[in-house]
Design a protein around this ligand. Structure first.
Ligand code: FHN
Length: 587
């Protein structure tokens, strides 16, 4: 190649690199320091929580007895004296621990960060600590620092890393708090002579937090937990340590009045998201720590839909794994992570760096969005592929340039606008049984008319597919069955399950009606603010019937929420009802 041409090409390359750098610097200047710090975290959307400690050894069973509840709480639940629990360390030898395998699996699953318990409420440090001998290197035969190994692999693999640290509860220390300290109850171990909280904070918590921040290559997240019995003085002592790390992201659990960098809904997804950065932490079965007999696993389908649901509301998912005492992930977790990974490999683009859905609800699934230059991608997550061949995107006005399958961009779909909705022609092939992602490419601005239920011609219609279903963390789950216009809530067999609808309405009295099919399975409660109506549900015979549930009053105009739950005393030992619609009729 001619020398002059080569020089010109180099010059061009430098100019374009420089202008890229300038562009980035300009972008950074525009972002606040906080936004800059949060940028990778907001982009990530999906992380792995790891609860690993001595409790993995008893794994939910103590002296031959199965102990109820989450396994990492076994010391408190079984009221194990400190000296007795300490003995677990003598045999703790997780020689199958392989940091590389953990990180690689998290990476394959599409997770962009890992948060691991460095010390849980039992007070045992899973890292080498000079501040307390009660740690994995000094107190067990294992003689390795697994968190150091994990930190090294994370650095190498480009995986962000955070440590969980239980700053208030420490059941092992005389000054640490415990679960019922705020009710003035004594620690269950009478031999643990109590000391002031600040002894523990200054003697163990502050030095250990300094250790984890200094010795593990620069953590990205510090995940505080359960601020029970926490004082402002104690919180300030810990905050003084983290203040030296401006890029460290912390959650809202250091001290109740302090917001931290993100909120932490636990074991549930907020129905319409939150207006502050947020991360749902969620177990795959019902325990955070390994519990050998907990077989209550959420399915891969549930987990993928949960991740998508959260992303569509603008949040992150921190999905938990509880490794065994040998240092391995349970088989059921591995299977699920691989299956999630399989979906993420093809569809991850519709999750990372996306923003919340512009739609209120989509009967067939969810939506996430991403703006790139003048183009907006709408990622339509189709959980229920339409059987009638038509995927309707309600209330969209936009300059649509293309509609295609994310996992195979060569697969284009025909589309047209009709009566204010975008109609995408959906062939009868179901591309992905769990969730097919269809991309709608839009040039320029778009507008969306909200489809939130509202008062229209004297009534508000609340269809089954607009309900948020609040199932308990474990047990049978109520589900939405059917698709589009004729969905129903089915399998409502748990008395703790609640349905909730959000809608807009004007002040006035309303008759509450429900279109249901039932065989006299007890009563339901309707709740709106402080108002509560309980009604018996009769046998509706062969067909669905519109039943009157009672009357409520709305006193202010704007957004409202109404819930339906089993009535007091209804144990739901049989399916309560099939529900198609709730209707509020203005009186
Ligand atoms: O008590 C802990 C529990 O063991 C677990 O660590 C969870 C994870 O968010 N946090 C506390 C309960 O909120």
């Amino acid at each position: 190649m001619n020398r002059l041409l080569l020089i010109a090409l180099f010059a061009l390359l430098f100019v374009s690199c420089d202008s890229k750098k300038e562009e980035k610097a300009k972008k950074n200047d525009e972002l606040s320091a906080h936004d800059q710090k949060m940028e990778w975290w907001r982009e990530a959307r999906f992380g792995m929580f790891i609860h690993w400690g001595l409790y993995a050894d008893p794994a939910g069973e103590w002296k031959g007895e199965r102990i109820n509840g989450i396994s990492e709480w076994i010391m408190a639940r079984a009221e194990i004296p400190v000296k007795e629990y300490e003995k677990l360390a003598e045999n703790f030898n997780p020689d199958k621990f392989d940091a590389e395998a953990w990180v690689k699996l998290a990476k394959y699953a599409g997770m962009k960060y890992i948060v691991i318990t460095s010390k849980h409420h039992d007070g045992f440090a899973m890292f080498h600590s000079k501040a307390s001998k009660y740690n994995i290197v000094d107190a067990t035969p294992f003689d390795r620092d697994p968190l150091k190994e994990l930190a090294d692999v994370c650095k190498r693999e480009g995986m962000r890393l955070g440590f969980y640290y239980s700053q208030a509860q420490d059941w092992h220390e005389p000054g640490g708090t415990y679960w019922n300290i705020e009710e003035g109850k004594p620690h269950w171990d009478p031999d643990l002579e109590r000391e002031p909280l600040m002894n523990y904070i200054n003697g163990k918590a502050v030095p250990q937090v300094k250790e984890i921040l200094e010795n593990y290559g620069g953590l990205d997240i510090l995940w505080w937990d359960t601020p029970r019995g926490m004082t402002e003085e104690a919180a300030n002592a810990l905050k003084a340590v983290t203040d030296d790390y401006p890029n460290l992201i912390t959650n809202n659990r250091l001290y109740r009045p302090w917001p931290g960098d993100f909120q932490t809904p636990e074991q549930h997804v907020p129905p319409t998201g939150l207006d502050y950065d947020w991360e749902v932490c969620m177990t795959m079965n019902t325990s955070w720590g390994y519990k050998w007999y907990d077989e209550n696993w959420k399915s891969t389908e549930e987990l993928i839909k949960m991740l998508v649901d959260i992303a569509s509301k603008g949040g992150n998912l921190l999905l938990n794994v509880g490794p065994t005492a040998t240092g391995e992930f349970p088989k059921a977790s591995v299977e699920r992570l691989k299956e999630i990974g399989h979906w993420m490999q093809q569809n991850g683009k519709s999750i990372y760096g996306t923003s919340a859905s512009p739609f209120y609800k989509l009967p067939w699934g969810r939506c996430t969005t991403k703006k790139e230059g003048g183009v907006t991608n709408l990622y339509l997550h189709v959980f229920d592929w339409p059987k009638d061949g038509l995927l309707k995107v309600p209330g969209l006005e936009a300059n649509v340039r293309d509609v295609y399958l994310l996992s195979n961009p060569k697969q284009h779909f025909a589309w047209k606008f009709e009566e204010g909705d975008l109609h995408v022609h959906a062939p009868s092939v179901i591309f992905n049984e769990i969730n097919t992602v269809v991309v709608v490419k839009i040039r320029g601005e778009m507008t969306v008319t909200s489809n939130k239920p509202h008062l229209k011609e004297g009534s508000v219609l609340l269809p089954a597919d607009f309900a948020d279903i609040y199932n308990p963390g474990y047990g049978e789950h109520a589900v939405l069955k059917g698709s589009s216009s004729n969905s129903i809530i089915a399998n409502w067999v748990d008395a703790r399950t609640r349905l909730e609808w959000i809608f807009d309405a004007e002040p006035g009295k309303y008759r509450v009606e429900a279109l249901v099919w039932s065989a006299e399975r007890g009563g339901v409660t309707v709740r709106l603010g402080d108002q509560k109506i309980e009604t018996e549900i009769p046998d509706t015979g062969e067909d669905y019937e519109l039943l009157k549930l009672g009357e409520i009053e709305i006193t202010e105009s704007g957004e409202q929420s109404i819930s339906l739950l089993p009535a007091t005393g209804n144990t739901c030992d049989k399916q309560l009802m099939y529900l198609e619609l709730v209707k509020l009729q203005q009186q």
